[in-house]
Design a protein around this ligand. Structure first.
Ligand code: 5RP
Length: 226
């Protein structure tokens, strides 16, 4: 099983969670890409969905797939958001933001009645921080000062690509904060949000109603009581 195969199986399994018609949140990333393409196929077959994308990247893909899209301003009434994740803990808390879209993803997640997360089994861990650093969107202004303040919580690294800092859709920077595995990610999130200059973190605590996990042979649907 290669990565793409697993991602696609998780994405297609999430289709069973869709309402017959309604408003969908569309996540960002290589797993969600398969989901957006599948929703596009449903729309072309006559299913009526309107969608809220969580990034410019997902907006462009969804538009190319012929999916009707709502504007970025909101407010929306989203029935279900389907998104990926970088790490999923035993208690189904998440680290997101590998694609630098976590601020928009969190807004759309909170605006959704239900949230489904689609991952392959490599994303599972016991405690958040075991596998991934925590992405933090930070204002450009005084980002060195913000980084210095973040050092009390772990080791922050400015995310760089192609020789320059990665910019979010809002034009901000991203720091990846390497941390010791987190016993209380919700409390940790609160501490990070208390640092001036921090726009949003990639910690999503108790925000997944369903986690669809593609294993080698099967797909497991995990769910939590919200
Ligand atoms: C983007 C995200 C993605 O959902 C996360 O990075 C997973 O991406 P992929 O499906 O490519 O592994 O949070 O900000």
């Amino acid at each position: 099983m290669n990565d793409d195969e697993a991602k696609k199986r998780a994405a297609l399994a999430a289709l069973e969670l869709l309402p017959q018609t309604g408003v969908l949140g569309l996540g960002t990333g290589s797993t969600t890409r398969f989901f957006i393409e599948a929703v596009g196929a449903l729309v072309r077959a006559g299913r009526r969905f309107s969608c809220v994308p969580t990034s410019q990247q997902s907006r462009a893909l969804a538009a190319a797939c012929g999916i009707p899209l709502l504007d970025d301003a909101g407010p929306w009434s989203i029935d279900l958001c389907v998104d990926g994740a970088d790490e999923v803990s035993d208690s189904l808390d998440l680290i997101k933001g590998g694609g630098a879209a976590h601020t928009r993803e969190k807004i759309v997640n909170f605006a959704s009645k239900k949230n489904a997360i689609i991952v392959d089994a490599s994303k599972l861990s016991t405690r958040l921080g075991e596998k991934r650093a925590v992405p933090i969107e930070v204002l450009k202004f005084a980002h060195g000062t913000t980084r210095h303040a973040l050092e009390q919580f772990g080791a922050p690294t400015l995310r760089v690509r192609d020789g320059g800092p990665v910019l979010t859709d809002a034009g901000n920077y991203v720091y990846d904060l390497t941390v010791a595995p987190l016993d209380d990610p919700r409390a940790f999130d609160g501490l990070l949000k208390g640092v001036p200059g921090v726009v949003e973190t990639g910690l999503f605590c108790a925000r997944a109603d369903y986690v669809v996990v593609a294993e080698a042979q099967t797909v497991r649907m995990l769910s939590r009581q919200m």
